[in-house]
Design a protein around this ligand. Sequence first.
Ligand code: FAD
Length: 348
Amino acid sequence: MNYKVTIQPAGVTYDCNTDESILNAGLAKGYFLPFSCRSGVCGTCKGQVLKGDIDFGAVHPNYLSDEERSKGIALFCQATPKSDIEVQIADFSPEAGAPPRFAPCRILEVRKFSHDVALIRVGLHMNEPLMFKAGQYIEFVRKDGSRRSYSIATLPNANGVRQIELHIRHQEGGSFTDRIFNGQMQVGEIHRIELPLGLFYLRNKDSAPIIMLATGTGFSPIKSMILDFIDRADTRELYFYWGGRTKADLYMHELCLQWAKTHPNIHYIPVLSDEPANSNWRGRRGFVHRAVSDDFPDLSGHHVYACGNPAMIDASRTDFTSQNKLNKNSFYADSFLTEKEKSQTQKI
Ligand SMILES: Cc1cc2nc3c(=O)[nH]c(=O)nc-3n(C[C@H](O)[C@H](O)[C@H](O)COP(=O)(O)OP(=O)(O)OC[C@H]3O[C@@H](n4cnc5c(N)ncnc54)[C@H](O)[C@@H]3O)c2cc1C
């Protein structure tokens, strides 16, 4: 049976079956609903039911308390409608994108940038080009059902793209990345992926200056966003801070220097935390989020996009909103959580 879901205050309405989650039905229509784990744990999809009845689904009380349920708060990845409903979801943007889909892909190239970062190029079926927003990611769906997420580094195209560039860091002992770095991943391999996913994309709502910061391969979606920013001849001021331990971590440093040289509104600030004192590095040193805090004591009226290491994302969100006057709704992030961090979240 079908019910109507209306997201307020945007007034966006879509149909949802009683046997599908409110989240999945919205994603299938291409709406950018927030989510991450899709298993009732992370809380990213939490929202408020304003009118109507729902089934809250099988959610453990650790992740949705009885008090929250009594107030109509739900995890929309688990909740299903029992009547027409109206809901409120924080940071819901009514614009729709391409709905996520499953597709086969072929590995076209495996190239190492450094000892622990590789570029993987994947090819999509000729007849199924990918429409996506710069900043979104794809998920490899493995035979055991587990998934690994990787941000798209490619410039989007209105007609869709047939090849996708990914930047992947080696995680010692990691089941997906060990295959890449010990030479097992072969050109020609076929994988199953879901794409495009995620809410990490550049908002075009006002002319406020943009701060982007990344650690390591967190550069991947930033590359796509900056290429798109240049392609659209966006005139906003954009400051990109790229953090690494040593210079080798800034695996596309020259490209960033080139952007800053040819576009007066793009500013590039590389920041290294562990570069040896006797090296010829003349740039900034320390943690990347500290460099942003030092340069922008007042971030009110700015939008911040952070991507990469979960510890950097947490520290940035906390410091910028508590010390640097950043509006909490102006902080957008994709945290590169691994299975280790996800398992720690699940134990809480
Ligand atoms: C939205 C998103 C986008 C991402 N984009 C990128 C990207 O563009 N580039 C990139 O490099 N990464 C990205 N990541 C991270 C990526 O998805 C993987 O988590 C990462 O590549 C590690 O995968 P792996 O299978 O090699 O390691 P995993 O198998 O996840 O292992 C990582 C570490 O955790 C340990 N571990 C594994 N399972 C457990 C467990 N159950 N309990 C405790 N410890 C465990 C392993 O021994 C290893 O040390 C992204 C993540 C997210 C959520």
